[in-house]
Design a protein around this ligand. Sequence first.
Ligand SMILES: [Zn+2]
Length: 453
Amino acid sequence: MEHWNAELEAMPWRDVERWQAERIDAFLPALRSRSRLYARLHAEASLRVRELADLRTLPFTTKDDLRMAQDAANDAAPFGDNQAVDSTAVVQALSSSGTTGRPLYYALTARDVETFADAIATVWFTAGIRENDVVAHLVGLPMVAGGLPYADGFRRVGATLCWLGGFPTERILADMRRLRATALLATTSFALHLAERWDDAGRETPIASSLKKVLGGGEPGLHHAEIRARIGHGLGGADVRETMGLGDVLPSMWGECERHDGMHFCAQRSVAVELVDPESGDAVAWQEGATGELVYTTFARDATPVVRYRSRDHALVTGVGCACGRTSPRIRCIGRTDDMLIYKGMNVFPAAVRDVVAERFAGIVQPFVRIWKEHAGQVRFDDAIALDVETIAALADDSARERLARAIESEVRGRLQVRVAATIVAPGTLPRGTYKSPLVAVRRAKGETSDAP
Ligand SMILES: [Zn+2]
């Protein structure tokens, strides 16, 4: 069996956790003296980690902790209280995309760049990328987690990096054929957008497509059979694999193997992962069917490390171990805390609404929807949630649209116990992003709308 980091990827998971605990035990005392953030958070803590479960005696680190740490930036430490190295050792700054508030910045030392490249290469290799692949990298912003770090990962595997992200869609479609791209990496939204146009673009060039592999991620949805089929089918029958990471921690840590049954954790050489109950913070065991929030500890990170970082990503464990020989847990991401809405006291992820609609009405509606908020800060809904659903083909008349809308409302209520007020919109109405397409938009005033922050 082929693995990138054969030793760790095939090691019994218990032994991987023991191996990690040894490194964390050595890492933490030094961190408390390097980072003002952890000098504060770990002031009272015992830093002995004999087994990974001992991590649970340490406090979580939250996004707010990182924001406040960054607010304490000064000339000597532009990355704030969590800058754990001297500025001269920093070789790169990275930024979060800022889709959920103002962006955060992270620093990398030369060793951090190596750590990232190794982990991300492990993900790409797990997801089927090999040195003979020609990869169209379609994230347009070098500074975000999916930018330069992903590019480094492709080069580390030995594939040919074609960084086409940022060019207009027409040029991307043409250049992929010209350069004989065998693989592409894009957000789920953009992959769907390309899939809709791939055949048309192909008719304009005499060069046949070489595309065989699609890596997607950056937003939940790719686990969904209907979305996956549309992307794979639209892109000439390409094999679709899902990947996932987090800028605050490591840009890509999870990758799907040839079994197509959830993403393996691939960053075991530098990151420890826990699953916790999002309400209580208690540990949740890695077993098939379990759900929880992912919590990460970067024990090999020099510049801006995190310990027990609450990712706000909610996962469903699809299995532990795998016929591919990898021992790490496998997951699907089911949503993010930041996206969560509360309908009459009940939590609901916009992605779950989208999944129900896309699954039940496959072939009739597009596998994306738009949920309307009255204002950007709205989380709670006591009335039916306004939902736009786009049909694939225009419907004949108002009564057909009405019937479909009522059927969608009934399906969502039956499956999720959530009331929605569905509006059927014409083909091509909902925005298709070249980066991430939010499922939620804000209704400001009549006729004036904007995406949710
Ligand atoms: Zn596997």
